[in-house]
Design a protein around this ligand. Structure first.
Ligand code: ZN
Length: 307
């Protein structure tokens, strides 16, 4: 909050009057901004809230923390003024319990994406939710060029009923999930027809789709918007090249995007080098980190502002 300017005794009365007027206008506009953000908060986050409150205590406490943090209510333009917000997702979790536990130790604002079928996934996802992280299901989807995305992957040759059944099976393995992102999926996510049953399931359950954006031909935003499913797409992959220098360079790129646009969405993987670089980075950037649901809210607000 801005403080009223100090009025020195003996100051020019015209200057004093103008100063008071400027301060009153300033306070008024700040009040309007807060009021506007709050009312939007209530409406746009409802689908996420439904998903989170229907689960038990871990998700609720993370929700309460998110709602209580006034800095997260800032809209994109306000966010841009103090360096922007960064939503960081670690995916491919569950398969290696040791590196998954290391990701769980990152700040609660880091979102965790679990592969559905590793045996340890349900317990580790629940542990992540209890620690206050947002949890999403990292759903295997068909890749171009025949790379194997894992069992029960969503494929374009499946019927809508089979796609629905596979997605519901994947979701049943990841407790507390408030959305999904795609594991691989360059083929599947470029097919709007194949995505339609996915969006129907997400819409019915109040879940969002975070597009890992593994192909420039992605139809996720188009299909999600048509179905009324909240969505956003990744800006930066941290570790296509697994060296500390490369990961640091990608974090710098995320930093520039956040400063320019107000928001950067980042995906990293539980490689030792990524986690080692992140452990230092998150400590320095904790105030800018936001959970993924908050990034979706900010993005939606930005789109509304452009209209
Ligand atoms: Zn993946």
């Amino acid at each position: 909050m801005k403080k009223l300017p100090k009025i020195r005794s003996g100051a020019d009365p015209v200057v004093v009057t103008l100063s008071i007027l400027a301060a009153v206008i300033g306070l008024f506009s700040i009040g309007m901004t807060i009021a506007g953000v709050r009312s939007d908060d209530n409406s746009s986050q409802s689908s996420v809230v439904v998903a989170r409150t229907s689960d038990s205590s871990g998700a609720q406490s993370s929700l309460a923390r998110g709602m209580g943090d006034a800095s997260r209510r800032a809209d994109l333009s306000v966010a841009r003024m103090d360096g922007g917000r960064i939503a960081l997702v670690i995916d491919d979790l569950g398969g290696d319990p040791a590196s998954t536990r290391r990701a769980l130790a990152l700040p609660a604002a880091v979102t965790l994406a679990f592969l559905p079928y590793p045996p340890a996934t349900p317990a580790l996802a629940a542990m992540g939710a209890r620690a206050g992280h947002e949890i999403i299901a990292h759903v295997p989807m068909q890749a171009d060029k025949g790379a194997y995305p894992g069992m029960e992957a969503l494929e374009i040759v499946l019927t809508p009923e089979e796609i629905t059944a596979r997605l519901e099976s994947a979701l049943s393995r990841v407790p507390f999930a408030i959305g999904i992102n795609n594991h691989m999926g360059s083929r599947f996510t470029s097919d709007a027809t194949a995505l339609a049953p996915v969006m129907r399931v997400l819409k019915a359950r109040g879940l969002f789709f975070f597009d890992s954006k593994t192909t420039p031909d992605t139809k996720v935003a188009e299909a999600a918007d048509r179905a009324g499913v909240p969505n956003a797409a990744r800006d930066v992959f941290l570790d296509d090249v697994q060296t500390a220098d490369a990961v640091t360079a990608e974090l710098d790129r995320a930093d520039r995007i956040a400063r320019t646009t107000g928001l950067a969405t980042v995906i990293g993987h539980p490689h030792a080098v990524t986690l080692a670089v992140l452990e230092g980075w998150v400590a320095r950037n904790k105030a800018r980190l936001i959970p993924l649901s908050e990034a979706l809210r900010l993005k939606r607000q930005g789109l509304q502002a452009q209209r």
